[in-house]
Design a protein around this ligand. Structure first.
Ligand SMILES: [Zn+2]
Length: 218
């Protein structure tokens, strides 16, 4: 299965072929619809206009669930489309979270215990007994320097067989990650940070884009 969402994360439409059908689950030759992994939520997507209700990963294969009665057969040529504005926000928030996490790791060595990237906000949880808000000014200053510098974000396979991926900013960090990323840091944009305290010794940073509509043609 060709994961086109990795080689071209900006693709919002794809002509592809059905290769297998199991009741209401189908497998495609190529796909642009990201399925939940690494904390990044799944895309909202369609096949020939039919809503993808759910998806699951088995090894390197993604199974997409449609309504029963979808009528698709192996060999059928289909058009897959995704909700691009949603995906673009997910990509920007994903990388914003990656930058904040990397800065916290490099500067304070806090242990990450959870992360989630939704369309309206991302969050990262750390094991810490102090108020993490005390770090925000410093974090945002470093974060904004990287955004303004518009650094190139490289992505690639660290292991093609197991489809392990990474992202890299030269001279800053190289991190294992199988998500979908924007081309450079200016596209990520500025963010606001909010502290939450979901549990004992758990400090949460919530991240929101200051301009969620940026880069989307009205
Ligand atoms: Zn990631």
């Amino acid at each position: 299965m060709k994961k086109v969402f990795w080689e071209n994360p900006y693709a919002w439409q794809l002509n592809t072929v059905v290769v297998a059908v199991q009741d209401n689950s189908i497998v495609l030759e190529g796909t642009i619809a990201y399925s939940f992994a690494g904390g990044q939520e799944s895309d909202r997507a369609w096949i020939n206009g039919l809503s993808i209700l759910d998806s699951r990963r088995e090894g390197v294969i993604i199974f997409y669930t449609l309504d029963l009665g979808h009528g698709l057969l192996p060999g059928a040529e289909v058009v897959m489309t995704i909700d691009w504005p949603r995906r673009y926000r997910l990509m920007r928030l994903h990388f914003a979270a990656e930058l904040i996490l990397e800065l916290v790791t490099q500067k304070y060595a806090l242990e990450k215990v959870g992360a989630h990237i939704a369309e309206t906000k991302a969050r990262i949880d750390f094991l810490w007994t102090q108020n993490i808000k005390t770090l925000f000014d410093d974090l945002l200053a470093d974060y904004e320097t990287i955004i303004r510098a518009d650094r190139l974000i490289e992505t690639g396979f660290s292991n093609i067989e197991t489809q392990r991926r990474f992202w890299k900013i030269d001279g800053f960090a190289e991190v294992p990650c199988g998500g979908t990323h924007v081309r450079s840091t200016a596209e990520v944009g500025f963010v606001s940070l909010k502290r939450e305290h979901p549990g004992k010794s758990i400090e949460r940073i919530e991240i929101r884009l200051l301009d969620p509509a940026a880069g989307l043609i009205a």
